[in-house]
Write a protein that binds this ligand. Structure first.
Ligand code: ADP
Ligand code: ZN
Ligand code: ZN
Length: 749
C-alpha cells in the first residue's frame, strides 16, 4: 500500500504544472487510486484546493517531514476529467512520456476564446427559386456559383469563411448574388461555432438517410444487438472501398444516441473534407461537432466544454478527438483504422487505436475499427477472435463494381523502346477517357521520395546543413528541407567543386504535370502535392474544383487517395507502384498494398466501369499482385509469413530505442550505456527471454535538427521484459551528469 501520492492541482483553472507530493493519511490508504479526486491544502495559506492523484509511491521525493497530508477523497461518480487523467497516466507508462506531456495531450488547456464576429451568407429566396438559380448557373457553366447555391439546399446559413475557403467562392462570384438579393450577408457574434464548420439551419433527420443494404444492415443489427445485451468489445469492419462503411457507422451512431450515450468518430485529417463533414451534419444536425488541427487551443477547449455539458452527442475529428470528455461515452469509431496518421509523432508517441481501446474499456464503450485494408495487427486480432469481425464484400451503390486492374511491367516497356513515364496501355486508356469526357487520376507513389539538386561533375547532392538529408528542389528555384523547413535559393555552381552542371534528380509531381501537358495538350490538368496544398484549405479547393469537373486529370501523391467521392473518375493510373516498396521500414510492404488498393478503389464509383493501370518494375511482388487482384487475404498470408520469419510485429514485440545529442560523442557514450544496461538485464533473465538485439546503428537520418541520433532494436515475444529493460535504461541515463544533454526515446510496436 502506497504511502505517498503525487497530486496535480486544479488543472482546469490553471495551466498544467508539475505534480506535488502529499502524504496519504492512514484512513485513506485503501481508497486512493490514480485518477481519483482529492482535497489538499495548497500554497502558503494552505487553502484547500481540488486535485487529482496522478501517481502513487512508497518513497518520498522530498523531506517527508515537510510533506502535507491529503484532506479527503471525493467519492461519487468518476468525472470525465478524472477518466482522462487515468488515460494520461496509462499513456505515460505505455509510451514513456512525462506526466506533463501526457496531460497536455489529453486535457486541452483552457484559453479565452475570442468572441469573434462572423459573417454569414443567408439565402433570401425560396426553394423553387433556388432550384431555378442553380439550373441557370449550371447552364451558364458558372461552376462556383452553382456550387455555392447548391450548398443552400442543405443549410440556411453558411459562414463567409466556409464559402470562400472551402467552397472556393470569390467575391466576384458573390457580388452579383448579393446585388440581386438572392443571398444576403449577416453579421452576428458567433460564440462557439461548431468547429469551423459554421453551417447553421436545417438539422438532421430529414437529410442524408439511405436504406441500408442487406450486408450493411446485418452488421448494424449484430453490433446493436450485442450492445443492447451489454456487450462492449472491439469490432473490425472490413469493407471494400465504396462498400458503404460510413452508412454503417451512422446506423450504429443512431442506436447509441437513442440509448442516451455519446460517440467519438475518428477520421484521418486528410479525409475530413467539407463533403464528409456535411454528410454527418445532414444526418445528425447540431448534435455533432468537429475538431481539426487548425483550431486554436481555445476553440478546441470550447468544443470539449460543450461536450462535457451535454450539448453535443457526437464528436468527429482526427486522433485528438479521442479526448473529448463525454459523460457517457457509448462508442468510438475509427475510420480507416490502418492509417499511419493515427500514430502521434510527438511525445507521447501514442497510437490512437491503442488509446481508444483503453478509453473504451474505462468508459464501458464499444470500439469499431473500419477499413478496406485493415492493418495487419487488427486483422490478426480478428482472426484470433479478440475482435469481432464483419466483412462487406460488395460495393454499396447499385451497379457499382470493383474496377478492372491491369498491371504493366515497365521493364518490358523500356525494352521495347518506350522511355516515357506513361506505358502504352496507360496512354491508350487516357486517350479513350478524355475522348469520352471522363476523369482521370494519376497517382505518384512517392512516399519518402524527393527531387534534389545534384552535381553532374562530382556527384555531390545539395544537403540541409542541419539534417542529414538532401534538400528538395522546387520549380520556383528554392531548395527546401522537408524535415526542418530550412530553405535557400538554388545555387548556380556546385558548392563542393564549383562546377556549373547542377541538375535536378528524381521524378516529382511537377515533372509529371509537365509531361502530361505535353502528351495531352488539350486536357485540363490539376496537381495536388505539398506545394499546391500548403495554403489553408488548398487541399479542399483542388478536390472541389476537380469534383466540379473543372479539370480532366488530377495528378497527386497519397493525398488524392482520400477525401471526396468522385463518381466521374473512371481511370486511375498508378505511375510508380514500387517506389514505396523498398523503404527502410518493415511496414513498407503493407503501406504499399494499402496505398495501391485505396488508390485503385477511387476508380469507377459510379455505374460507369472503372479502369486501373498499375505501372511497376516488380509485377511479381506479392504486395503489387495482391493489390491488383484486390485480394486482401492473399496479401495478409504472405505478409504474415514474412513477419513471422523475420520476427516483426504482430508476430513479435519490437522495441526501438533512440538516443540523441547535439554532441556526437555523447550520443556514442549514451548508446554504450544502453548496451551495457541491456546486457546486465539479459544475464539475469537468462537465455529463455528470447530477446534479439539489432544494432546499434545510426538513424536513417543520422543528424536531424542538429541532433546526432543512434538507434537500437530489440525483439521479443515477452512484452514485460522489454518494459523492464527500458525502465532500467532510463534510470541509468538519468544518473549521468550529462543527462540533460541527451534525449532518450523509445517506441513499442
Ligand atoms: P466507404 O466509406 O465504405 O468507402 P461510403 O460510405 O462512402 O463507402 O459509400 C460509398 C457510396 O455509396 C456513397 O456515395 C454512399 O452514399 C453510397 N451508399 C452507401 N450505402 C448505400 C446504400 N445502402 N444504398 C445506396 N447507396 C449507398
Ligand atoms: Zn560538384
Ligand atoms: Zn533540415
Amino acid at each position: 500500500m502506497s504511502r505517498f501520492a503525487d497530486v496535480i492541482i486544479d488543472i482546469t483553472h490553471e495551466k498544467v504544472d508539475r505534480p506535488f507530493q502529499y502524504r496519504i493519511p492512514e484512513a485513506l490508504k485503501e481508497q486512493i487510486f490514480t485518477g481519483c479526486q482529492v482535497d489538499v491544502p495548497f500554497g502558503r495559506g494552505d487553502r484547500i484546493r481540488r486535485g487529482y492523484v496522478v501517481g502513487l509511491s512508497d518513497t518520498p521525493s522530498y523531506d517527508p517531514a515537510k510533506l502535507k497530508e491529503i484532506g479527503q477523497i471525493h467519492g461519487g461518480s468518476v468525472s470525465a476529467e478524472t477518466k482522462l487523467i487515468q488515460v494520461a497516466w496509462w499513456m505515460k507508462e505505455r509510451y514513456g512520456s512525462t506526466m506533463n506531456q501526457a496531460l497536455k495531450t489529453v486535457l486541452p488547456v483552457k484559453q479565452q476564446v475570442k468572441q469573434q464576429e462572423s459573417r454569414w451568407l443567408c439565402c433570401n429566396v425560396g426553394h423553387e427559386a433556388l432550384l431555378g438559380q442553380i439550373e441557370e448557373a449550371a447552364r451558364k457553366k458558372y461552376r462556383a456559383r452553382e456550387r455555392l447555391l447548391r450548398a443552400f439546399l442543405d443549410v440556411e446559413r453558411i459562414s463567409y469563411e466556409v464559402a470562400t475557403r472551402q467552397l472556393s467562392v470569390t467575391s466576384a462570384t458573390l457580388k452579383p448574388l448579393l446585388e440581386q438579393k438572392i443571398l444576403r450577408l449577416e453579421a452576428s457574434v458567433c460564440y462557439r461555432d461548431p468547429a469551423r464548420l459554421l453551417l447553421a439551419g436545417r438539422t438532421g433527420e430529414q437529410g442524408g438517410r439511405v436504406r441500408l443494404n442487406e450486408e450493411q444492415q446485418q452488421v448494424v443489427s449484430s453490433i446493436c444487438g450485442q450492445y443492447d445485451e451489454g456487450i462492449r468489445r472491439t469490432y473490425l469492419l472490413h469493407g471494400i472501398t465504396g462498400s458503404g462503411k460510413t452508412e454503417v457507422y451512422m446506423g450504429l451512431i443512431d442506436h447509441v444516441l437513442e440509448k442516451g450515450e455519446q460517440v467519438i468518430v475518428l477520421i484521418p485529417e486528410i479525409a475530413l473534407t467539407y463533403q464528409t463533414v456535411l454528410r454527418f451534419y445532414r444526418r445528425f444536425g447540431e448534435q455533432v461537432s468537429f475538431i481539426n488541427s487548425r483550431l486554436s487551443a481555445g476553440e478546441r477547449y470550447d468544443q470539449f466544454q460543450r461536450a462535457q455539458k451535454g450539448e453535443l452527442q457526437i464528436m468527429i475529428g482526427p486522433r485528438s478527438a479521442l479526448f473529448t470528455p463525454f459523460r457517457r461515452l457509448g462508442m468510438i469509431i475509427i475510420d480507416e483504422e490502418h492509417e499511419g496518421a493515427y500514430k502521434s509523432e510527438t511525445m507521447p508517441r501514442y497510437h490512437a487505436r491503442e488509446v481508444a481501446e483503453y478509453i473504451a474499456s474505462l468508459s464501458g464503450a464499444s470500439l469499431v475499427l473500419g477499413s478496406a485494408t485493415p492493418s495487419v495487427e487488427s486483422y490478426t486480432k480478428a482472426l484470433q477472435g479478440v475482435y469481432g469481425y464483419y466483412k462487406i464484400a460488395k460495393r454499396a451503390k447499385k451497379d457499382s463494381v470493383l474496377p478492372k486492374v491491369q498491371v504493366v511491367d515497365m521493364r518490358r516497356e523500356l525494352k521495347e523502346g518506350n522511355r516515357s513515364i506513361f506505358s502504352r496501355p496507360l496512354q491508350r486508356r487516357m486517350e479513350e477517357k478524355l475522348e469520352k469526357g471522363e476523369q482521370i487520376m494519376l497517382f505518384l507513389n512517392r512516399r519518402g521520395y524527393s527531387r534534389f539538386l545534384s552535381c553532374r561533375s562530382c556527384g555531390e547532392a545539395i544537403r540541409c546543413p542541419h539534417c542529414d538529408v538532401t534538400l528538395t528542389f522546387h520549380q520556383d528555384g528554392r531548395l527546401i528541407c522537408h524535415y526542418c523547413g530550412y530553405q535557400i535559393m538554388r545555387p548556380w555552381a556546385c558548392p563542393v567543386c564549383g562546377s556549373p552542371y547542377l541538375a535536378p534528380f528524381g521524378t516529382g509531381t511537377q515533372k509529371i504535370e509537365a509531361q502530361v501537358r505535353e502528351a495531352f495538350p488539350k486536357a485540363r490538368v490539376l496537381r495536388m502535392d505539398l506545394d499546391t496544398t500548403s495554403k489553408k484549405g488548398g487541399h479542399e479547393k483542388i478536390l472541389t474544383a476537380f469534383a466540379d469537373h473543372e479539370a480532366d486529370i488530377l495528378i497527386g501523391t497519397q493525398m488524392i487517395v482520400k477525401g471526396h467521392d468522385l463518381p466521374a473518375v473512371t481511370l486511375v493510373g498508378i505511375l510508380a507502384a514500387d517506389l514505396s516498396l523498398y523503404a527502410p521500414d518493415f511496414r513498407c510492404g503493407e503501406r504499399t498494398f494499402q496505398l495501391l488498393t485505396q488508390a485503385a478503389g477511387r476508380a469507377g464509383r459510379d455505374e460507369r466501369a472503372g479502369d486501373v493501370v498499375i505501372q511497376t518494375y516488380s509485377p511479381e511482388h506479392y504486395c503489387i499482385a495482391a493489390a491488383a487482384a484486390q485480394d486482401y487475404e492473399a496479401f495478409y498470408q504472405k505478409e504474415m509469413e514474412y513477419r513471422r520469419l523475420l520476427r516483426y510485429p504482430p508476430a513479435c514485440v519490437l522495441m526501438t530505442l533512440l538516443v540523441g545529442s547535439p554532441k556526437e560523442e555523447l550520443t556514442g557514450m549514451a548508446m554504450e550505456l544502453v548496451q551495457a544496461s541491456i546486457e546486465r538485464t539479459l544475464k539475469k533473465a537468462g537465455e529463455e527471454a528470447g530477446i534479439q538485439m539489432i544494432g546499434p546503428v545510426n538513424a536513417v537520418i543520422y543528424k536531424l535538427n542538429d541532433i546526432y541520433r543512434k538507434i537500437l532494436y530489440m525483439k521479443s515475444e515477452n512484452y514485460a521484459i522489454l518494459i523492464q529493460i527500458r525502465d532500467r535504461i532510463e534510470e541509468g541515463l538519468k544518473g549521468q551528469d550529462w543527462s540533460d544533454q541527451i534525449i532518450f526515446q523509445f517506441d513499442l510496436s
